[in-house]
Design a protein around this ligand. Sequence first.
Ligand SMILES: [Fe+2]
Ligand SMILES: [Fe+2]
Length: 133
Amino acid sequence: MFDFKFDWDKSVEIGVPEIDSQHQELFRIGREVNYMLLINFNNITEDQLLTIVGELRNYITYHFYYEEAFMNEINYPNFLAHKNSHQNFKNKVNALDCDNLRSSFKILKELLVTWVFEHVLVEDYNLKAFINT
Ligand SMILES: [Fe+2]
Ligand SMILES: [Fe+2]
């Protein structure tokens, strides 16, 4: 997998400020995960790793709730499929083994990169076209 660094770029924006800032938060967490791997967890405690996993779990619960409510409100046509994608990702994040956080972080980075490229930049980005029609 190529080395994606989760740098935020304006071209990723959908045009719904609240959703865009929530996506920025996902990228921020992605950068944290990336950093931990980059420094090889040097001087990092298990607690710090667990905090990041906790932040991500909270973030997706909040963000998915918000995004789904927004889609519902605008009668978004692919709502159910989109909701399913969210649930699948949520299941994967919740299934991370917190007893082996260092190996879980490698899995987590891959999960996040795939999520950005297959969901945020494609499925979420489709919202932009729908809003602008
Ligand atoms: Fe989404
Ligand atoms: Fe999203």
